[in-house]
Design a protein around this ligand. Structure first.
Ligand code: 3HC
Length: 289
């Protein structure tokens, strides 16, 4: 990555996280290629970016012109060859190891030899994703938090074969987009999800056991522990499918009952109740994002 010009970024996957990452980069002046195989996903991603940027403009955080300029820096494409000139490639596709490895197999064929390669996985082992890529020393985790335009943290995850140079490049990149990097080892859940997911799962168990209503559980944690959002509303924001994948991964990797997966979470996912993005999770939402 040249120090003299802004790095070009490619984001693979235009879902909530992918489009949030693309937005965060574009707002900081970086050109972004947003790739997805689904045209509807690209359209939804661009719409979400527009809405998020409009919100920032309304709050006085950005001018209308800066919003237009940021959107102008994002090129949405369903053609993977469009990512070939990127200095940084960040993958944010569905949390499934087979899917991620298949996607990385194709991405590695077109990505520039020297590009920094990163997965935004929330809980899968980076070392395992990197294993099929062919240049594991250039591969690391860059774990962003939802909503990406608002939350400043990025976990930089060092996998077994990530080089020190890659870690340094990753940290510099994170700072370049105005976020705060922390370094974690490639252990399940890294730091945030290792601590956060058991708390979220416990809230689902509390609901299933009738300890309180969803509203009262959330109010309890907002007003009694000063959380910005109650745990069930937070699962709705993150996506029930994403929270389930993270909970399953922690349970599978640690084999420790403290990471047990709440059956209610699984049932809701099976019923298609994925949270805000599907219009219903623990709560109902007027508009799907
Ligand atoms: N885009 C742009 N701006 C947004 C936004 C978005 N999508 N969502 C919220 N904002 C802005 C608002 O405009 C507002 O701006 P202001 O400070 O200038 O007024 C500010 O953020 C606060 O928003 P609100 O006043 O609407 O509401 P809240 O005060 O409740 O904040 C929240 C909303 C930022 C989502 C806050 O509730 C929060 O931080 N919740 C916790 C989120 C969290 O824990 N995320 C981590 C999830 S774990 C994860 O992502 C990892 C994964 O691997 C599972």
């Amino acid at each position: 990555m040249s120090e003299t010009r802004p790095p070009k970024v490619a984001v693979i996957g235009a879902g909530t996280m992918g489009s949030g990452i693309a937005q965060a980069c574009a707002v900081r002046g970086l050109n972004v290629t947003l790739f997805d195989t689904q045209a509807e996903a690209l359209q939804r991603g661009l719409k979400g970016m527009d809405a998020s940027l409009a919100r920032i403009v309304r709050k006085g955080g950005l001018t209308e012109a800066a919003k237009r300029a940021a959107l102008g820096r994002v090129k949405a494409t369903a053609d993977l060859s469009g990512i070939g000139d990127a200095d940084v490639v960040i993958e944010a596709v569905f949390e499934d190891l087979t899917v991620k490895r298949e996607v990385w197999g194709r991405v590695a064929e077109v990505a520039e030899e020297g590009a920094l390669l990163a997965s935004n996985t929330s809980s899968l082992p980076i070392t395992e994703i990197a294993a099929g890529v062919g240049r594991p020393e250039r591969f690391c985790g860059l774990h962003f938090f939802n909503p990406v335009p608002v939350l400043p943290l990025v976990e930089v995850v060092r996998a077994q074969r990530t080089s020190e140079e890659t870690v340094e490049r990753a940290k510099t990149f994170v700072e370049r987009i105005g976020k705060t990097p922390i370094l974690c080892d490639d252990k399940p859940g890294f730091i945030v999800n290792r601590l956060l997911i058991p708390y979220l799962s416990d809230a689902v168990f509390a609901l299933s056991e009738g300890v309180g209503s969803a509203e009262d559980i959330d109010t309890a944690m907002k007003l009694g522990a000063n959380m910005p959002l109650g745990p069930l509303a937070l699962i709705d924001l993150v996506g029930l499918d994403v929270a389930l994948a993270a909970a399953e991964s922690l349970h599978r990797e640690f084999q420790d009952p403290k990471f047990r997966v709440p059956p209610l979470l699984r049932q809701l996912v099976r019923a298609g109740k994925l949270g805000r993005k599907s219009g219903e999770g623990f709560y109902r939402y007027e508009e799907t994002a």
